[in-house]
Design a binder for this molecule. Structure first.
Ligand code: LLP
Length: 420
């Protein structure tokens, strides 16, 4: 995606952001559809080049909607869902259930039942208890992967680390529970063991942990004498939020991962399984921005300047939750002076921060627009109705076209389940 000033007006590719804000209102999520597609194709090409048996599943949790799912199907992607809601969205979009796999550390019986009814392709089993539950609810064979925990620490926010020994996700390969679960699956009536899955965490920018996980898992498979048809390596490939971030190098990183896979397969005499990955953030994060309109600008002389926008932690929770940093740009370029300002939301909490110390034009004032970059992942999907804020609209731009993919919530929708 290109975000650049043309005649002092910020444009996303050829679209003036001011025009989009006028037409669809703010806050507004704007995605460059071609940028999403090109990420999907990049992942395909790294595997195709190596003529590997593979599939790429998109992790719905990063951002899902009916139109997003349709786009994924066009791009030959498979889908990872973690709730009845994500599954429902995919099914309503016409996505083939056989191309969907169901994750989660605590799938409810109702969710399992629903997934079985629609004919889901795979479950990723996360606990012994789930094996028993699944076996009880199924009335014909159902394929599963076991989520294993390889016990690998990664350098990312602690809330989004998942592959370390002390985790609610998966079963440890080190304490024997993963092996025990596989035995249990093999002895079950309908649960059919296809392979293993692990996910180390999210927003990982280094290659080391991904390679180490392969070493550890192949050694374990070999030692335990476990045969797998599928190896799902999860997601977690990092993106660039600000200039301080390093993006996970997809082409180079996967060339190394695939070469390690091949050498481990030879070393241990384990035939190369079908390889799955499930990226979320790296498909959509950098393809999306949020547009806000500025309201109150408050100067506290000698202390701070606060620029309040018309959204906040109801559509931008990653800063309050993880201390994540973003780049904020004024939609009208100001070539004169800029000054530091805290860009904050309009919700009733002091932690409702979009960006501390953003550099904005000195004369920023009510009615001006600002764009926050790299908000395509875990923004709309983590949006809430806190303070009875309405979820924003989402639009996709492609070439000269613009299409609304999610309408802004209405006030009426906020009370549609209320007893009147
Ligand atoms: N697979 C599994 C099993 C996962 O748990 C996740 C993310 C993914 C794949 C996709 O990971 P990605 O490629 O998007 O990094 N709300 C947090 C992120 C939570 C990620 C949870 N799991 C954030 O905003 O940073």
């Amino acid at each position: 995606m290109t975000l650049a000033y043309i005649n002092n007006e910020l444009h996303l590719n050829d679209h003036a952001l001011e025009d989009l804000a006028k037409q669809y209102g703010t806050p507004l999520f704007v995605y460059d559809e071609d940028a999403i597609r090109s990420q999907c194709r990049k992942y395909h090409s790294v595997f195709e080049q190596e003529s590997l048996d593979y599939s790429i599943s998109y992790a719905s949790k990063a951002f899902t909607s009916v139109q997003m799912v349709k786009l994924l199907q066009e791009e030959d992607m498979k889908l990872d869902v973690v709730s009845a809601g994500e599954l429902y969205t995919a099914i309503q979009a016409g996505f083939p259930a056989s191309h969907i796999h169901f994750h989660g550390n605590n799938k409810t019986a109702e969710e399992i039942q629903y997934a079985l009814e629609v004919g889901i392709g795979l479950f990723v089993v996360d606990a012994m208890d789930e094996v028993a539950l699944l076996d009880r609810l199924a009335d014909q064979p159902i394929d599963v992967l076991l989520r294993i925990n390889p016990g690998i620490d990664v350098n990312t926010h602690s809330y989004i680390q998942t592959g370390q020994e002390d985790s609610k996700f998966g079963l440890s390969i080190h304490n024997g529970t993963a092996f025990e679960a596989i035995r249990m699956i093999q002895e079950s009536r309908y649960v059919n063991f296809k392979g293993v899955h692990y996910h180390l965490g999210s927003q990982i920018d280094e290659e080391g942990p991904f390679l180490k996980a392969l070493d550890v898992v192949f050694e374990w498979l070999s030692k335990s004498g476990i045969d797998i048809e599928i190896l799902n390596m999860g997601g977690g490939y990092g993106v660039r939020y600000t200039e301080a971030d390093t993006r996970y190098p997809i082409e180079k990183g996967f060339a190394n991962i695939i070469s390690r896979l091949k050498s481990l397969s030879t070393e241990y005499g384990i035939p190369l399984p079908h390889i799955m990955i499930e990226p979320g953030r790296s498909i959509v994060a950098e393809a999306g921005i949020t547009l806000y309109e500025v309201g109150v600008v408050k100067d506290i002389p000698g202390v701070s300047r606060y620029v309040s926008v018309d959204g906040g932690m109801s559509d931008h929770i990653r800063t309050p939750l993880y201390g994540a940093e973003y780049e904020v740009m004024a939609v009208k370029e100001n070539k004169t002076q800029s000054m530091d300002a805290h860009v904050v939301g309009k919700l009733c909490e002091s932690g409702d921060i979009v960006r501390k110390n953003a550099s904005l034009p000195e004369d920023v004032s009510r009615g001006d627009l600002v764009a926050v970059r790299t908000t395509g992942a875990y923004h709309y999907s983590m949006a809430s109705n806190y303070n009875q804020m309405r979820k924003p609209a989402v639009i996709f731009v492609t070439g000269a076209d613009v299409r609304e993919v999610i309408r802004r919530q209405s006030l009426a929708q906020l009370i549609e389940n209320d007893m009147i």
